[in-house]
Structures are given as structure tokens and as C-alpha cells.
Design a protein around this ligand. Structure first.
Ligand code: PEP
Ligand code: MN
Length: 337
């Protein structure tokens, strides 16, 4: 349920209202916009006396929220959420670029890619250390050592870092990580999500291979309900009947999730396409659709990458694409104004 307040609500009346709600075990999520304050009510609001609420002087309207996700719901929080990570601001306009290799492979490799993407204008550095591979015979990642290499490379070039967690037992290794990624395969690992809710670090939550928007938002809700509201929703391609590409990029996720939720939307064209040559077109489509951020795989030597080489851009190809992203971004801003 949401309670929409009249403009400039009287402080004392607001205190009375919040006290009255709290006495009935209702959690309150306050969202203050320029002209409107919205109270999102969390908990069992079914027994609340709506007529009484509506009659309060400061109350403009009361609405039931039908969707099962509350804190992730745009109705609870009409303004876009903006997530600040180091110097990067994700959400609320503009496109942030996250780039880097699928896997961290060596200190030299990650340092080289970090420098390349930084010079090309990326905002965050990604690199996998714990890798969810379909085959147990494939490279599994450098684990804790890989995180240390990523931290060092990010510091060296001054970029915040993003890396994936696969199991809670490794959480201590993520102390210096700026954004924790939950991969597609773990989107519904609810114990992991609950625990990440106690962290204050932003979480990049990837949509599962065959999950709906509502399921993705319910997973975000798991993290938010435990107290961490810094979530980036990531569309990375879903399973369809098409086998020519690795997955099918669901561009509709951008306007759909922006309608349903206030959380920033990241598009990962690399895991969607599976082919480097398709990545620029999907990236531009994502920017045109209004994505808040992109996550693009970049490697210094794609043919010899230890994972996902086929979909990784070379550093020069990424630099060219980053330029095109910035150009399209400024055209879109000009058109808006
Ligand atoms: C990745 O980002 O390298 C990755 C494994 O992604 P996903 O979970 O989307 O497959
Ligand atoms: Mn990958």
C-alpha cells in the first residue's frame, strides 16, 4: 500500500501518522520528491483502516500495490534510484560503462585491460574471479587471488571494480570490491540474496536465463528487505528457441523494468550475443532504449582468453564503441532538451 501526502505536509501530523502506522507493525519507506512525498507501507497492511487514513488532513490518496515486490516498485519510490560508486553515478540519466574481461587471468592481463578501458572512458572495471562455468573442465577463475589482482588494477587506474560472488563462504574476500555481482545462475539463490541484503555494497543482480521481470524484481526485493537498497538490475539475454546467438537480448526489459521499478537497468550485450561482432549493435540499441548502464566484456587478446573470448571486444574495438556510445548519449540528451 502507498500513502500519497499533500504538498508540504505538516511535520507534527506526519509524525502522528508514522507513529500510528508503526504501532500496527507497519514498516515505512519514505520517498520525498520535489512536489510529492510517498509513504510505502511494508508488512501486513490488509488490516489497516483505509478510510481513516484517507481522512487524515495531510493525506492526498491511498492506493493498494498489487505487485508482490514493494521496495523495488516504482510506486513506492517514484524517482529513479541513483547509485554512487566511487566517481560513477549510475541511474537518473546518462549511461555508465562497465567494462573488462570475463575472467581475471593474471596481474599483467587485468592491468592492461584496466588501462585500456579507462583511457577509452569506461566508468567501472569488471573481471570475474569466481566463474560459474557450464563445464567443470573449463577454467574456474583465480578466486581470491583474482580479486586481489582486480583490486590492484582498479586502484592503479582509479576505477571502481565489479566482480561476481558465487558462494557466501567467500564473502570476506569481497571486502575491497565496490560492486558485487550476482550472476544469472544465482539470481534465485535466496540465501545468498538475503545475506547480501546485510551488505552496504551495491549489488549487480543479473536476470536468470529463464526468469520473468517479476522474478527478477522479487530477487531484488530479497536483498532490499534485508536493508540493502543499492541494486542494479541487469538484463544479459534470455533463453529462447533461437540458437544462432548465445542468448536473446530482451531490449524490452529496459522500458518494462523502468516502468515497474526505480532501480537502474544495466544491459550486458556480451553474454546476450555470444559474438563480439554483434556487441556494438546491441549496445547502441540499449543506449537508444534508455539503459542506465552497459556491461561489456573486453579482452587484450580475445582468441586466447580463458573464458568468453568469442564475445569479447579487443581494446581498440571497445574504444571505438565507447566513442559511439558517448556520441549517441549526447544526441539523446540534446533531443530531450
Ligand atoms: C559474467 O558476467 O561473466 C557471467 C558469468 O555472466 P552471467 O551470469 O550473465 O552468465
Ligand atoms: Mn563472461
Amino acid at each position: 500500500m502507498i500513502v500519497i501526502l499533500k504538498e508540504n505536509p505538516d511535520r507534527r501530523q506526519l509524525e502522528f501518522l508514522t507513529g500510528w502506522l508503526q504501532k500496527q507493525q507497519i514498516g515505512i519507506h519514505i520517498s520525498e520528491g520535489a512536489h510529492q512525498t510517498v509513504l510505502g507501507l511494508v508488512g501486513d497492511a490488509t488490516r489497516l483502516d483505509i478510510d481513516m487514513l484517507k481522512q487524515m488532513e495531510i493525506v492526498e490518496d491511498v492506493k493498494r500495490v498489487q505487485e508482490p515486490f514493494k521496495k523495488a516498485n516504482r510506486k513506492f519510490h517514484p524517482l529513479d534510484t541513483v547509485i554512487q560508486v566511487g566517481s560513477a553515478r549510475i541511474g537518473g540519466g546518462g549511461v555508465s560503462i562497465i567494462a573488462g574481461p570475463c575472467s581475471v587471468e593474471s596481474p599483467e592481463q587485468i592491468a592492461l585491460v584496466a588501462r585500456g578501458i579507462k583511457d577509452a572512458g569506461a566508468d567501472l572495471l569488471r573481471g570475474g574471479a569466481f566463474k560459474p562455468r557450464s563445464s567443470p573442465y573449463s577454467f574456474q577463475g583465480l578466486r581470491g587471488e583474482g580479486i586481489k589482482m582486480l583490486v590492484a588494477a582498479g586502484r592503479e587506474v582509479g576505477l571502481p571494480i565489479v566482480t561476481e560472488i558465487m558462494d557466501l563462504s567467500n564473502l570476506d574476500l569481497f571486502a575491497e570490491v565496490d560492486v558485487i555481482q550476482v550472476g544469472a545462475r544465482n539470481m534465485q539463490n535466496f540465501e545468498l540474496l538475503k545475506e547480501l541484503g546485510h551488505s552496504r555494497k551495491p549489488i549487480l543482480l543479473k536476470r536468470g536465463l529463464a526468469n520473468t521481470y517479476e522474478e527478477l524484481l522479487m530477487s531484488a526485493e530479497y536483498i532490499m528487505v534485508s536493508g540493502n537498497e543499492n541494486i542494479l538490475l541487469c538484463e544479459r539475454g534470455i533463453r529462447t528457441f533461437e540458437t544462432y546467438t548465445r542468448n536473446t537480448l530482451d531490449i524490452t526489459a529496459v522500458p518494462a523494468l523502468q516502468t515497474l521499478s526505480h532501480l537502474p537497468i544495466v544491459i550486458d550485450p556480451s553474454h546476450a550475443a555470444g559474438k563480439a561482432s554483434f556487441v556494438p549493435a546491441l549496445t547502441m540499441a540499449a543506449v537508444a532504449a534508455g539503459a542506465d548502464a552497459l556491461m561489456i566484456e573486453v579482452h587484450n587478446d580475445p582468441p586466447h582468453a580463458l573464458s568468453d573470448g568469442a564475445q569479447s571486444l579487443t581494446i581498440p574495438a571497445f574504444a571505438k564503441l565507447a566513442n559511439q556510445i558517448r556520441q549517441l548519449e549526447s544526441t539523446l540528451v540534446e533531443e530531450k532538451n
